[in-house]
Design a protein around this ligand. Structure first.
Ligand code: HEM
Length: 508
């Protein structure tokens, strides 16, 4: 297999009309081959509308030096190597046909990064969380869905003193390099990326300091399925932006019970500094380094299984207990009452037949983060409003591959990345108003057992599990605790490629 990073059609069609809007933010089921949209897809970075799909990555966190002109020149230079949405599609087709690997390159800036490049305020994206930055724990957010609630400071309950040193510093930019397909042995991809990183190091010397390099990789189970460190299939349910991906769900299992499609505007916003006022877009990214307590999860799941067994009067295994925490079994299938015909479906399901949460518990990770109509049923929230809180997850695992470690808190976890067009109303609502909120969706539901721990006071954690097992209703008091620790993070904006290209040409 050849190791190649050839650019495919990067500069095609440069005479496109940039003043006529080619896309609407409300548009869904996009066609990547639509020539009218290529003006947008050539300027919009990859790994936003769809995951880059590479198996290995390097996240380089950068701090610019004070020489504004040099900073801009370097960004202008790297711009020609950024992988656009269109190029990502073309390289993935090429990989499928020829097996040739292609380097993915993505670039994003924090608010301080825009400042370090001397960008005028009017050309800096205006999302308030992005501008405040993740380390500003004094900034007040309204994480009530719809913005109707009291503003609170530090809704994520971040303890910056526990963050890793590089993340405590001022991060200006994040450069993502990714490489490798399923068939490539880890070592080859690792070596390729190490070389690519060395080149970047040489090129940015004197311009920027690399604060940290996070190494990500796609963890897989014995059947080749992408999993996370607790062993559960991951990346199954994500908003779908392309028509071809929508059609493939439709063919596989239907979309009548759950429509995975999402409009472009769920994650895209006009880039105020882009080449075109109407066709240059960017997206906001949330980055959270989340260390996972694998032994803690395994041990606590055994305890939970034992309590379930006592309550039901037969042995309940850890597989089922863990599935209740996530809402899915390790292979991704839904945990549901046996009389529900949605059990074998991966994404074409909703909770209409489980309105009491007796099959898939209200506090389970997937029901907390995507209630699939629960808020409409409970509080008459219009379906489109609930769906507007969705995010596109683009995270990747990091650290040790040991899945049954003998000690807690091994160096392993998730480099969580999500794209959205409004950080407060999407990521923050999902994390704070839903996962961390013990009363979402009902009084006493408890917090999300996987990620809702941060705000969970002992009496508020995912405590009361109301379930129906073997046709019998049971109620169990059990709290998962301390499964994920935040080790750092930042809010970024992935600008249009034309914005980056223009940086070494002009100075405003
Ligand atoms: C270490 C931390 C995390 C782990 C181990 C984890 C794991 C998982 C797993 C196994 C799934 C089910 C597979 C799938 O549907 O793709 C899932 C789904 C999901 N997670 Fe997480 N997750 C983590 C953090 C987060 C965070 C911080 C958020 C957002 C605040 C989040 C939002 C979601 C969403 C939106 C879904 C899809 C739910 C659906 O559409 O049904 N996750 N996660």
């Amino acid at each position: 297999m050849k190791l190649e990073s050839t650019k495919i059609n990067q500069e095609q069609n440069t005479t496109l009309d940039t003043n006529r809007p080619a896309i609407r933010l409300s548009q869904s089921q996009l066609d990547i081959n639509d020539s009218d949209l290529s003006v947008v897809f050539q300027d919009f970075q990859g790994n936003i509308l769809k995951s880059h799909g590479r198996s290995h990555s390097r996240h380089l966190f950068l701090k610019f030096n004070t020489d504004l002109v040099r900073n801009r020149e370097w960004v202008g230079k790297i711009a020609s190597r950024l992988t656009s949405a269109l190029e990502q599609h073309q390289t993935s087709l090429d990989f499928k046909e020829t097996g040739n690997e292609h380097l993915f390159t993505g670039f994003m800036l924090s608010y301080s990064g825009f400042k370090a490049l001397g960008i005028e305020d009017k050309n800096i994206p205006d999302d308030k969380a992005f501008r405040a930055g993740m380390k500003d724990v004094e900034f007040r957010y309204d994480t009530g869905p719809g913005g109707l609630h009291k503003r609170t400071i530090n809704p994520l309950n971040d303890h910056l003193e526990n963050w890793e040193e590089p993340f405590k510093q001022n991060i200006d930019a994040l450069l993502i390099l990714a490489y490798g397909g399923e068939s490539l042995e880890s070592k080859k991809s690792e070596n390729y990326l190490d070389e690519a990183v060395e080149k970047i190091k040489a090129e940015i010397e004197g311009t920027a300091t690399i604060l940290s390099i996070e190494k990500g990789y796609t963890l897989r189970n014995g059947k080749g399925k992408v999993i996370e460190h607790f062993g559960f299939a991951d990346g199954i349910s994500n908003p779908v932006f392309f028509k071809s991906d929508f059609q493939s769900w439709e063919e596989k299992e239907g979309t009548d019970l759950y429509d995975p499609s999402a409009p472009f505007g769920l994650l895209a916003v006009n880039d105020p500094g882009g080449r075109s006022a109407v066709n240059s877009f960017g997206s906001y990214f949330v980055y959270r380094k989340m260390q996972q307590n694998i032994k803690g999860f395994n041990d606590q799941t055994k305890q939970f299984a034992s309590l379930l067994s006592d309550a039901v009067g037969r042995e309940i295994d850890s597989e089922f207990a863990g599935a209740l925490a996530f809402g899915r079994f390790k292979d991704g299938t839904l945990v549901a009452n046996s009389n529900q015909n949605t059990k074998s479906l991966l994404n074409n399901f909703n909770y209409d037949e489980d309105i009491e949460g007796l099959g898939c518990p209200f506090q389970s990770h997937i029901r907390k983060t995507n209630p699939r109509g629960d808020t409409n049923r409970k509080s008459q929230v219009p379906m489109h409003s609930e769906r507007n809180h969705r995010i596109a997850r683009r995270g990747i695992s990091y650290g040790s591959k040991e899945m049954s470690p003998s000690s807690e808190w091994t160096d392993a976890g998730l480099l969580f990345l999500s794209c959205q067009s409004d950080i407060e109303q999407q990521f923050l609502v999902m994390q704070c108003a839903w996962s961390d909120n013990p009363n979402f969706l009902n009084e006493g539901t408890g917090t999300d057992p996987i990620t809702g721990w941060q705000n969970a006071k002992p009496d508020k954690a995912a405590k009361k599990w109301q379930l129906q097992i073997d046709g019998k209703k049971v109620s169990i008091d059990f709290s998962y605790r301390d499964l994920v620790k935040i080790r750092g993070g930042e809010y970024f904006f992935a600008p249009s490629i034309s914005f980056c290209k223009a940086l070494n040409l002009n100075h405003s």
